[in-house]
Design a protein around this ligand. Structure first.
Ligand code: 4AD
Ligand code: MG
Length: 474
């Protein structure tokens, strides 16, 4: 058989009159009694190539296995298309059927299947137009991220997935053990003895690579991680996964202003990359999934992000409440903002992304640098930390970051106050004992970025095989 040409290249080709071979999956077949049109897709692009079949040369009987979902190889002559909607088409001369797809059985036979239904067939949904577009964009976003950091002098630093420490201190960790769960022995205090477990201690899947990332940054200067992260939080929302990918840059000598500038520059770079590299897929999503998508992507690039101290944010929310806006959850100073608050500020009040800063210490992690001079709250110091959350339209929190507490003593007292087991933290504390330096970093949830860039509504639909409470299919 002739060497294969990918559909994305075939559609660009000007070699009219020449033989060509393409292979892929049949999207549809239609026609009349003289001619049949096969729309063929091989995943290289959202666009199909049209194969024209002369039924005098290929009787209907021979085309019978060529149904939606079937996999075929087509050899033919590339010609300029007569019909509207495509520039080129292939006049069939030779057909090979690799695999049939029984029309009575093949689940993607029907059009307009719901996202909920497609999730139940996540092993096949990459073959739909929507999911093909999403996963091509996902690849491109990963390339954008690596390119950004590489071009800005960061090193890609690999942090472990199995860990004995809880970075976020939220206790949402999946345990890793080889112990026999049917025969768990406990000591006199009723505790499990992990000394004979695989690692000789209690271990879990990581919730964040940050702590190890800080070890990298305080040696290599600028690093980033990009890997899977696991959270056993029982949140059944359109924005939470139990297994998601996170990008965590960590930078020595960076202060709060520089951190915010980096967060903004980085996100804008990724969004611009999507517009520059994924237009075919974005146009499809803009048409069929979210009519405002491309405009929203452009508007994020054009506008400066708002820098908003938490205290000021609370003031705005309370003002809105007084003016009759209804919120489901409270928003007093000290409360963690819920997504309705974040979205009010972003979508209704400022109408652009916000970087919220200087949060109350109590609602943030132990490693954040304590504000010394101004807390912004009744003029009292030591109540707020240099944390930054980037809040986005439609999404809410897309980035969580902070300047890190570099003072050994302050960090120790924070760890003690929060009852974090110190013996697990000695290696981390060594960054503050030996040549401690100011530093900062953030974590971007990759799937939250994907939600924004694709306009998809549910985080389960921007990762190929989502893991959420009670689902670990495929
Ligand atoms: O705000 P988080 O918990 O911050 C950290 O983990 C820090 N260690 C990051 C750092 O400073 N290096 O998580 C960071 C981001 C969130 O802003 C959100 O985008 C995403 O990770 N995220 C989730 N995405 C999907 N499903 C979940 N369950 C998520 N939890 C957090
Ligand atoms: Mg957060």
């Amino acid at each position: 058989m002739l060497k294969r040409t990918e559909v994305i290249n075939a559609l660009q080709s000007k070699a009219f009159g020449e033989p060509i071979n393409v292979r892929g999956w049949v999207r549809s077949r239609r026609g009349n009694k003289n001619v049949s049109f096969i729309a063929l897709n091989d995943g290289s692009t959202i666009k199909n190539i049209q194969v024209v079949v002369d039924l005098e040369k290929f009787p209907e009987e021979q085309l019978k296995p060529v149904t939606t979902g079937a996999c075929i190889a087509v050899t033919g002559i590339l010609v300029e298309s007569q019909g509207a909607g495509q520039a080129v088409e292939i006049q069939l001369t030779e057909l090979v059927v690799y695999g049939t797809a029984d029309p009575d059985e093949y689940p993607l036979q029907k059009k307009g299947l719901s996202m909920e239904y497609l999730r139940t067939i996540a092993h096949l949904r990459p073959r739909t137009n929507t999911f093909g577009a999403v996963f091509r964009i996902r690849h491109n976003m990963a390339m954008a991220i690596h390119t950004y950091f590489h071009e800005h002098g960061y090193y890609y630093f690999h942090t472990p997935l199995i860990t004995a420490s809880d970075c976020e201190g939220a206790g949402q960790m999946f345990q890793v053990t080889t112990k026999n769960l049917y025969n768990l022995k406990k000591n006199e205090e009723g505790k499990i003895d992990y000394s004979d477990d695989f690692f000789g201690k209690q271990t879990s899947l990581t919730v964040s690579g940050q702590l190890e990332g800080e070890l990298g940054a305080t040696a290599l200067g600028k690093i980033y991680t990009f890997g899977p992260t696991f959270r056993a939080e029982n949140s059944n929302t359109p924005r939470h996964l139990a297994e998601f990918w996170m990008i965590e840059p960590e930078i020595a000598f960076m202060d709060l202003e520089e951190l915010m500038a980096l967060e903004e520059d980085f996100i804008k770079y990724c969004v611009r990359w999507a517009l520059d590299h994924c237009m075919d897929d974005l146009e499809f999503l803009n048409q069929f999934v979210d009519k405002g998508l491309i405009e929203r992507l452009r508007s994020v690039i054009d506008k400066d992000f708002v820098h908003l101290p938490y205290t000021e944010g609370i003031r705005i929310l309370q003002e809105a409440k007084q003016n009759g806006h209804k919120f489901e959850f409270p928003c007093e100073w000290g409360d963690d903002l819920s997504s309705e608050h974040e979205r009010y500020l972003v979508e209704e009040h400022f109408k652009r992304p916000i970087i919220m800063t200087n949060y109350p210490k109590a609602i943030k992690a132990f490693y954040m640098k304590i504000d010394e001079k101004e807390s912004g709250y009744n003029g009292r110091s030591g109540q707020t930390v240099q944390g930054t959350d980037v809040l986005f339209p439609q999404i809410g929190e897309i980035i969580g970051g902070s300047v890190r507490e570099e003072s050994y003593d302050k960090l120790i007292s924070e760890i003690e106050a929060r009852h974090i087991p110190m013996k697990d933290m000695t290696w981390y504390l060594d960054t503050r004992r030996f040549g401690s330096c100011p530093h900062a970093g953030f974590g971007l949830g990759f799937e939250r970025l994907m939600l924004f860039v694709t306009g998809m509504q549910n985080i389960r639909d921007v990762i190929p095989f989502p893991r959420t409470p009670k689902t670990a299919e495929f």
